[in-house]
Each structure stands twice: as structure tokens, then as C-alpha cells.
Design a protein around this ligand. Structure first.
Ligand SMILES: Cc1ncc(CNC=O)c(N)n1
Length: 224
């Protein structure tokens, strides 16, 4: 069956259809709806901000581990440029979190990671292992990024009522350039998945699903 479907459309396309329920749960979460309709409780937003800052501090080494795998394993040297661009923008992102936190009166140095955040970070750490294939890691990176891109872009649509003080946050992940970055990651993932062994393909799909589940839990945690 898999052999038949692998050359029709892309692998990620098939997965997004097959796992659409959890994908929608991750990208159209009540937390995102609350930003989009302006009903968000500022305390929930601040909780998300503090926890996400800690998450991103683990996400940086994860993204770097994908870059390292690309350097070692990729058949296309331009993958490294794409990944380096992503890492470079994380530098800006960390600074943004610090500015945004002080704007909202959130003290980043005293944030304690919640259990859900710890679980997600531990999962990211497991993906940094040298035994995890580049194909699996790049698929995970795409999944992590696309959830935020799709979620926050939804809050910037014409009919959205996102409050002015949350627009900058939504812009950070909902902007067109980030959208293009996510499309590029997806193309790289699909290129690799097309050539992957059945075992790698299975691992990448399970990882994709785990990421979506962690993202849903992360939004749940932020909602309090
Ligand atoms: C929980 C979570 N998932 C994805 C992202 C987006 N990637 C980097 O910023 C994020 N910041 N936080």
C-alpha cells in the first residue's frame, strides 16, 4: 500500500490528510481562537509567553542539531543555508521574548517550566541524538514550525479581531516570510521522505504525530 501511495502527491500531504483531526487540534486550538476573537485572558497569554521562552531555549539546540545532521547527511548543500537562516532568526526571537516579557511584566528569570513543557523539551532532546536520522529530524522541525505558522496566521486573517497588543506576536510566526520558510522545510522533508526506507518513513510519521500532540498539550497548558 505504502509503495503505491508514495509516488502520488507528497508524503506530508498524505499525513496532513490522514492526521487532520490532530493537526486541526494543534493549529485551531481554543487558545488561538481566544487570541483571534480578542477574548484571551492576559494571564493565559503571559503564561504562554514565559513557558514558550523556555521552550525556545531548548528549540535552539534542537534546530542546531538538525543543521549538524544536514551537514553530515544531506544530499543537497542548500538545506544548510535554509537551516542556518532559521537559526539566525531564533537569535532575534530570543531578544523579542525578552522585550515582550518586560512589556507584559513577566519576569523570565523566575519562570519554572511546567510538566507539559518539560515533557516536550525532553522529547526534543531525544530528537537531538546522533542516532536520529536527518529525515526524521527535518520532518520534526517542519512540524514544530508549521503549527505556529498556521496558528498565528489564522489570527491575522481579515475577519480576525486580534487585539492590537497581540498582533506583533501573531506577526512573528504568521508573517509571509515565515510561511515561505515553512514551505521550504516541507519541501526538504518531502524530498527526504521520498527516498526514505520504510523504517525511516514510519519513524518520521510517528515523530510528526508526537509533535502535534505535544503542541496541543502546550496550548492546553497555556490556557490554564
Ligand atoms: C511550543 C512551540 N512550538 C513551536 C514554536 C515555533 N518555533 C520557534 O519559535 C514555538 N515557539 N513554541
Amino acid at each position: 500500500m505504502e509503495g503505491i501511495h508514495r509516488d502520488v502527491g507528497s508524503t506530508t500531504d498524505a499525513w496532513l490528510k490522514k492526521h487532520s483531526i490532530v493537526y486541526i487540534a494543534a493549529t485551531r486550538h481554543p487558545f488561538i481562537h481566544a487570541i483571534r476573537d480578542g477574548s484571551i485572558d492576559p494571564n493565559n497569554f503571559k503564561r504562554w509567553l514565559g513557558q514558550d521562552y523556555l521552550f525556545v531555549r531548548t528549540f535552539v539546540p534542537f534546530a542546531s542539531s538538525v543543521l549538524l545532521k544536514a551537514w553530515k547527511e544531506s544530499d543537497d548543500s542548500s538545506d544548510m543555508d535554509v537551516l542556518l537562516g532559521g537559526i539566525a532568526s531564533l537569535n532575534d526571537e530570543i531578544s523579542w521574548f525578552k522585550r515582550e516579557a518586560s512589556k507584559w511584566g513577566v519576569q523570565l528569570s523566575s519562570i519554572v517550566p511546567q510538566q507539559v513543557n518539560q515533557n516536550y523539551c525532553r522529547f526534543l532532546e531525544s530528537l537531538m541524538g546522533l542516532e536520529v536520522e536527518y529525515t526524521v529530524a527535518i520532518t520534526a522541525l517542519w512540524a514544530i514550525e508549521v503549527v505556529y505558522q498556521q496558528s498565528f496566521a489564522h489570527c491575522l486573517e481579515e475577519d480576525a479581531s486580534t487585539p492590537a497588543d497581540l498582533r506583533e506576536t501573531c506577526q512573528r510566526w504568521g508573517n509571509e516570510e515565515f510561511g515561505r520558510y515553512c514551505s521550504t522545510l516541507r519541501m526538504i522533508a518531502d524530498r527526504r521522505l521520498m527516498k526514505a526506507t520504510d523504517s525511516e518513513l514510519k519513524k518520521a510519521e510517528v515523530t510528526f504525530l508526537c509533535i502535534l500532540e505535544h503542541e496541543v498539550e502546550f496550548w492546553n497548558m497555556s490556557r490554564g
